[in-house]
Design a protein around this ligand. Structure first.
Ligand code: NDP
Length: 277
């Protein structure tokens, strides 16, 4: 099935302050229906040349995606926005996402693939309670395997050519580097994803690869850990972060990430955190 396509009014996008733009972009963004993905989509669309650019938004919620698509079209006239409501943890959903990337228009100056979708899994359990192969396979299919398969499909669809800058961003977390009680699945998945994209960086030197950690964010995911973690210390730690104002509005790290993409000075494959110098 073809991604739902709609285009904003055909006039040129103007960046807010006449600043640099990312040029014309083909952007594939997972987890675009809410949370950090929504903020990122909006921050990005203000920094692209609308006419000639195309965003493909992926997540399960058709309504969520449609809402974000409407916001993008209003913010960036001329931008083509496509939505594909898919569960990236399933074979069928992943295949539909891969097909939709293959159908994207080509010819832009930049390819931007952003793996933002993620989940914490069942955090009502400690490590020793995770013994079900089907459950674990399902978690890693979505959080680790699907980004790998989607990356392969996108890089095969957008082959290396003069004038095309190919960029892959993995949204990661401090949990890729440090253990956290009750988050065995999340920490393991983020660590695996981080290494996966480091390998991509060394295998494909023309592809710019960034592992970006936005820090604690005011989203559904953060709330879930506050309320549902099996570990009382972790629940307290997360609630304290909230009380102490250490949790960011998603728009702030989203802007930071877009600025880093504009500057383009990061070392390919590196782990960069919000507020890192
Ligand atoms: P949310 O849980 O708020 O949003 C997750 C996004 O992923 C949603 O758009 C959701 O859409 C999508 N998604 C979830 N499951 C699937 C699925 N099976 N198939 C397709 N899409 C799916 O998370 P955040 O916005 O907080 O997190 C975004 C990224 O930032 C994640 O990678 C997370 O690990 C990372 N991060 C978050 C931090 C935080 O404090 N929140 C801290 C550090 C990193 P839908 O439900 O419509 O499918």
């Amino acid at each position: 099935m073809r991604a739902e396509v709609e285009q904003g009014a055909a006039s040129e996008a103007v960046p807010p302050d006449g600043a640099r733009t990312l040029g014309t972009v083909a952007c594939v963004l997972t987890g675009a229906s809410r949370g950090f993905g929504r903020s990122l989509a909006l921050a990005l669309c203000r920094r692209v040349r609308g006419t000639g650019s195309c965003f493909l938004l992926l997540a399960r919620s058709r309504e969520g995606l449609a809402g974000v698509a409407g916001e993008l079209r209003a913010a960036c006239p001329g931008l083509e926005v496509r939505c594909e409501a898919v569960d990236l943890g399933t074979e069928e959903g992943l295949q539909r996402a891969q097909r939709a990337t293959g159908e994207l228009p080509q010819g832009q100056e930049r390819l931007l693939l952003i793996h933002n979708a993620g989940s914490v899994g069942d955090i009502s359990k400690y490590f020793v309670d995770h013994a079900n192969l089907t459950e674990l396979n399902s978690y890693f299919a979505f959080n680790v395997v699907s980004p790998m398969c989607l990356t392969a499909a996108v890089l095969r669809a957008f082959v290396k050519r003069a004038g095309l800058r190919r960029v892959v961003v993995n949204i990661t977390s401090v949990c890729a580097l440090e253990p956290c009680k009750s988050l065995a699945l999340y920490c393991t998945g983020k660590a695996a994803r981080g290494m996966m994209f480091q390998v991509l960086a060394v295998e494909e030197p023309d592809v710019r690869v960034l592992n970006y950690s936005p820090g604690p964010l005011d989203t559904d995911m953060f709330q879930l850990v506050c309320t549902d973690s099996v570990d009382p210390e972790i629940r307290c730690e997360f609630q304290d972060m909230q009380r102490n104002g250490e949790v960011s509005d998603c728009n702030v790290p989203a802007e930071d990430l877009v600025n880093r993409l504009l500057e383009d000075t990061f070392q390919s494959g590196s782990h960069v955190a919000f507020r890192d110098p």
